[in-house]
Design a protein around this ligand. Structure first.
Ligand code: PLP
Length: 393
């Protein structure tokens, strides 16, 4: 029935399959019976296998069982939900926090609920698909500005003044490039033009800033955002997401956000694991993990620089090797896989046409030596000479 569509995907080298990880998400994983170095997980601090999270999840199952039974607005809200929301609000700090079932649900829920037909969304060109889908679900007009280009953004703000609210929507750490949004200047611009800022901090929360309070803390703009979203499935090693802001915006989300209203609430084990993660992230133990993560990032980036790759900043755990053609990215990913490194190719439409890449993602629990060895596997000259490489950067 769908042969033609599938054929087209295959011919365009866009066909994807699911690969089973036979182990948990540590720095080494087993794929197809082979142990490999994984550079493909967003569990940046290694908390997904931390004993405190396992214990908390186990105890929550003992006490509350496995399911949450209903959506939050029916009978799905447990003390674990409210306690985690309060703890997150204290941590950030902010007036109120609302949990969502995932970052995808949060972005589609917030933009769909708060951005109406009288509003304008200004969205960074490299924003995540969940923001793109949130923009589509909202009734707002949407304009896309060139990645992190504040001049382009200001031109749009000047040209588009007739709206009830104008929302600037950006990621804190861009998920496929690893660069950090210029939040301080962006917030100044928003203030100057009376615009709102919605920050998706999926990859910054837990990792950047004092106590891991995220990209807004790192850039010194924590109290100047309208709303920010953090995920619990990446540095928190658990699952779900939260949105933080003023109490009135959270109350409106409770009343309007469809992924919250029409979906079964997060289950007890997940909530308890997230709460245990939060305790670690905000403590000195969290600082130790972040220092280790940062050192590991520097090790990988310097190995990649030695292998001939320029322009890598090492500011965040995400480092892309932008290769260009899909065929090149697939060939390099296969080559890495054959040599025991799991770092899949990222292709359009996840990234723009012509920028297929390998995305390396570092964890605090990686070993320095194993990261140092990766450079030799992606030596730029060697890739160039294998004839399947057309990158001009
Ligand atoms: C920037 C960004 N926002 C949102 C999401 C979605 O988060 P989740 O995986 O919790 O749905 C992701 C992750 O995939 C992401 O990278």
């Amino acid at each position: 029935m769908f042969e033609q569509e599938l054929d087209l995907l295959k011919r365009r080298r866009r066909f994807r399959t699911l690969r089973t990880m036979e182990t948990g998400h540590g720095p080494r994983v087993t794929v197809g019976g082979r142990e490999m170095l994984s550079l493909a997980s967003n569990d940046y601090l290694g908390l997904a296998v931390h004993p405190a999270l396992r214990d908390a999840a186990g105890a929550a199952v003992e006490r509350y069982g496995t399911g949450s039974g209903a959506s939050r607005l029916l009978s799905g809200t447990s003390p674990l939900h409210t306690r985690l929301e309060e703890a997150l609000a204290d941590f950030l700090p902010c007036e109120a926090v609302l949990l969502f079932n995932s970052g995808y649900a949060a972005n589609t829920g917030v933009l769909g609920a708060l951005c109406g037909a009288e509003d304008l969304i200004l969205s960074d060109a490299l924003n995540h698909a969940s923001i793109v889908d949130g923009c589509r679900l909202s009734k707002a007009d949407v304009r896309v500005y060139k990645h992190c280009d504040l001049n382009a953004l200001e031109k749009m703000l000047k040209a588009e003044s007739r709206y009830r609210r104008r929302w600037i929507v950006t990621e804190g750490v861009f998920s496929m490039d690893g660069d950090i949004a210029p939040l301080s200047d962006l917030v100044n611009l928003a203030d100057k033009h009376g615009a709102e800022v919605y920050l998706d901090d999926a990859h910054g929360m837990g990792v950047l800033g004092e106590q891991g309070r995220g990209t807004a803390a790192y850039c010194g703009v924590e109290d100047r955002l309208t709303l920010r979203m953090g995920t619990l499935g990446k540095a928190f090693g658990s699952y779900g997401a939260f949105v933080a802001g003023r109490r009135d915006s959270i109350e409106l989300l409770v009343n309007r956000a469809r992924p919250l209203i029409f979906s079964t609430a997060l289950p007890p084990a997940v909530l308890a694991a997230s709460a245990a993660a939060l305790e670690i992230i905000g403590s000195p133990a969290g600082d130790v993990l972040r220092a280790r993560l940062h050192a590991n990032v520097q090790t990988l980036v310097s190995a990649l620089r030695d292998a001939g790759w320029a322009g890598l900043t090492g500011e965040t755990p995400i480092t892309p090797l932008i290769l260009g053609p899909v065929s090149t990215a697939l060939a390099v990913a296969d080559r890495l896989f054959a040599q025991g490194v799991f770092a899949p190719a990222i292709r359009p439409p996840t990234v723009p046409e012509g920028t297929a890449r390998i995305r390396f993602s570092v964890m605090a629990s990686h070993g320095e030596e194993e990261l140092g060895r990766v450079g030799a596997l992606v030596d730029r000259e060697a890739l160039l000479s294998c004839g399947n490489f057309h990158h001009d950067g």
